[in-house]
Design a protein around this ligand. Structure first.
Ligand code: FES
Length: 150
């Protein structure tokens, strides 16, 4: 368990109660998921019941209790992306990474997720890798795109 990392995050939030979601986001960004030991530490340290923390974690699908890859690849399968070939883009990514949506590569380099409309319909089909949005993605571009992320 990395107490120092959690403490560094908690120190940024003197008012823990109203900022629990922000804290959990930062913990997830640091570890690429929310480890149980760290959640229990936050509970003990802040006095927020662990059940309350888990109910927040389970409510937001952005949070993950299982380890994620260093790079999160999200393929939009919303209507605009779907009609512009998102399935083929997803298939190309699945073939390249040998994983399905919801899975992580063995080397922890990538996690793959499906999402429904990221608000970039004019760019359809769209793929988001970490914080970066790519538009008009074609299956042929997928290899080069993914190789940019180590
Ligand atoms: S449907 Fe993909 S961005 Fe809107």
């Amino acid at each position: 368990m990395d107490v120092a990392a959690v403490e560094a995050i908690l120190e940024k939030y003197p008012q823990v109660r109203g900022n629990l979601i922000g804290i959990l986001h930062e913990v997830q960004n640091h570890f690429h998921y929310l480890p149980e030991a760290e959640l229990r530490y936050i509970s003990k340290r802040t006095g927020i019941p662990i059940t309350q923390i888990y109910s927040i974690v389970n409510f937001y699908n952005r949070f993950s209790l299982t380890p994620k890859g260093r790079n999160e690849v999200c393929v939009c399968l919303g209507t605009a992306c779907h009609v512009n070939g998102a399935e083929k883009v997803l298939n190309a990514i699945e073939e390249k990474l040998h994983i399905k949506p919801g899975e992580t590569t063995d080397d922890m380099r990538y996690s793959l997720e499906e999402v429904r409309c990221i608000g970039a319909c004019s760019l359809a089909p769209a793929v988001v890798i970490n914080e970066e949005t790519y538009g008009q993605v074609t299956p042929r571009q997928v290899g080069k795109l993914l190789d940019k992320y180590k």
